[in-house]
Write a protein that binds this ligand. Structure first.
Ligand SMILES: [Zn+2]
Ligand SMILES: [Zn+2]
Length: 260
């Protein structure tokens, strides 16, 4: 399994790149490459087009409905609805239930069918806690995590390796379960200790991400979702102070191989 970092800026697009979006690739037994897009936040549809032709996507999974995780679906919807190819079919979008209404509101439209076409480009599938589904060779499981809105982390298995993704979450038991024994744990560290102590139930710090990685016994901890106003070295040092395993800070354009 391979993860392309399309965007990883926390909470809003930053000068170095877009908000959260990750492309997951896995070959099946017949050698067909499957592509699942995990989140498509503010600014991320641009760099996605540098990584792949979006027409090759097989599915999209959305962790929660904060703009830095879903808002560029507006661009993908235009792309899919009005594309010159007429064989694209409907793109499955696995997301919290309010997504279709939310997108329609952003687009000042009633219903899920764009103007001038006769069917919805997206096939919406509703996520819930403990939900499991497959996309080609990828098995995807969800857990509800601790965030101010309905939010999910994902545990994705394929090709003998396991990826866990926190989405946005503060420390919680379900996040520990989600990450348990994962080969790669892509985990947010949007806050830093001290500066952000007055907020709870929203984001992890580098320290809390590292503590979760230790409890879960993960292979590689990849920190992400660092906002533009935070020096990434700070959450990285916090995590390294409490977790002795491999830790890296992701950058836009990184390609992470999930070890089997
Ligand atoms: Zn976020
Ligand atoms: Zn959020």
């Amino acid at each position: 399994m391979r993860v392309h970092v399309i965007g990883c800026s926390g909470s809003f697009a930053g000068p170095q790149g877009a908000a959260s979006s990750y492309l997951i690739e896995q070959e099946d037994a017949d050698g067909r490459l499957w592509r699942v897009l995990m989140d498509l936040g503010s600014g991320a549809f641009g760099p996605l087009q540098s990584a792949i032709d979006p027409a090759d996507l097989d599915a999209v999974i959305i962790s929660h409905l904060h703009p830095d995780h879903y808002l560029d679906l507006t661009g993908l919807e235009v792309f899919w609805a009005y594309h010159e190819r007429d064989d694209l079919g409907q793109l499955p979008i696995h997301a919290p239930a309010p997504l279709p209404d939310r997108l329609s509101a952003v687009l000042s439209r009633d219903g899920i069918v764009p103007d001038g076409v006769d069917r919805a480009p997206f096939d919406y599938r509703t996520l819930s806690d403990g939900h499991r589904f497959t996309v080609g060779p990828l098995e995807i499981g969800t857990r509800a995590v601790l965030h101010p809105v309905e939010a999910y982390g994902f545990r994705i298995t394929g090709g003998g390796s396991t990826l866990a993704y926190s989405g946005d979450s503060d420390t919680c038991e379900s996040l520990d379960e989600l990450a348990h024994g994962a080969d790669l744990f892509l985990c947010e560290a949007g806050y830093i200790e001290g500066r952000d102590d007055r907020f709870s139930g929203v984001h992890l710090t580098g320290r809390r991400a590292g503590e979760c990685a230790t409890r879960a016994g993960v292979g590689h901890l990849a920190l992400t979702h660092i906002p533009a106003w935070t020096d990434p070295q700070v959450p990285l040092a916090e995590a390294r102070a409490v977790h002795t395993g491999e830790i890296t800070m992701v950058q836009p354009g990184d390609i992470l191989e999930v070890p089997a």
